[in-house]
Design a protein around this ligand. Structure first.
Ligand code: GUN
Length: 289
């Protein structure tokens, strides 16, 4: 039996980061602008701490300035808003990212809306969400942007394809559906209340799995030859006491049916950071246009 082609997100992300690095150096040399990214972490969630550390390392590697702000878990909403306001005014900061989730005493929507939309490299501000929806230029969320690049690397032209997005979050599901619509796909957004999810998923030429449930989508739900982009990063316990990272798709089962598939890890994950750097470069470039 033939196996699905593996979509190497790690390699594609590295290539993109190299290009962003070269363009960053050129911007600095020609215009004296060094792109700067500020990342704010509130609390000590282990997964968030790893993400934030990796973002800082990648930012510096690309030749950008990295500003990491680590605040205690009991930080007040007022203090966080104060920091965001300070970063909005700081001319050495071109991109601002507040790592989610935030502790419960802080209203995330309020914080995201306080970020200057031009510095909102996450693309989470309602103004940027509105721009994406209405086809105006703005920052586009990183993970959805990465998903589309990976899908195009396998399928080239997405126009006319049946795309099914499983998951409806503001971070992934909704923006990726909008991006696929912009690519002229016929888009279905499925979610936890969808009736007969398996039969909806079976329609997909392109499947974006973003439910956050380990190995939830089974091999027999997949249309033969489909392209699968797995956004899930779930840690599961193994019998020997070890743990393992798995996606939202039962990978081994899908491998035998799909035409192409992203692995976990090494698929969508590395693309998110590459897109964040690309958005930060775009934010800095705005100063010369
Ligand atoms: N938490 C999980 N993913 C993301 C992301 O893309 N951006 C931010 N700010 N927080 C996250």
């Amino acid at each position: 039996m033939t196996q699905a082609q593996l979509i190497d997100g790690k390699a594609i992300a590295l290539e993109l980061r190299k290009k962003v690095g070269e363009e960053t150096h050129a911007l600095h040399k020609q215009h004296g602008i060094k792109p700067g990214l500020a990342v704010v972490l509130v609390g000590e969630d282990p997964a968030s701490s790893v993400y934030v550390r990796n973002k800082g390392i990648a930012t510096k590697k690309a030749g950008m300035a990295s500003f990491t702000h680590q605040l205690p878990a009991d930080t007040s909403e007022q203090d966080l808003l104060q920091l965001v306001s300070q970063l909005n005014q700081d001319t050495s900061v071109h991109g601002i990212l507040v790592q989610l989730p935030l502790p419960e005493q802080i209203n995330s929507d309020k914080v995201l809306q306080a970020i200057d939309p031009d510095k909102d490299v996450d693309g989470f501000h309602p103004i940027n969400a509105g721009r994406l929806m209405t086809g105006q230029p703005g920052h586009v969320p990183c993970t959805p942007k990465g998903c589309v690049v990976l899908a195009k690397s396998a399928l080239k032209d997405l126009a006319g394809l049946e795309a099914v997005v499983v998951g409806r979050s503001n971070i992934v599901g909704k923006p990726v559906a909008q991006l696929l619509l912009n690519e002229n796909c016929t888009v279905t957004i499925a979610h936890s209340r969808t009736k007969d999810l398996a039969s909806v998923v079976r329609r997909a030429d392109l499947l974006i799995a973003a439910v956050g449930l380990p190995q939830f989508i089974r091999g027999d739900w997949i249309k033969p030859g489909a392209c699968i982009i797995d956004v899930g990063i779930n840690r599961i316990d193994l019998e020997d006491g070890k743990t393992k990272l798995v996606g939202d798709v039962a990978f081994e089962e899908a491998l035998a049916v799909a035409g192409s598939i992203t692995p976990v890890p090494g698929g969508v994950g590395p693309m998110t950071i590459a897109m964040l750097l690309s958005n930060t470069l775009d934010a800095a470039r705005r100063l010369i246009s």
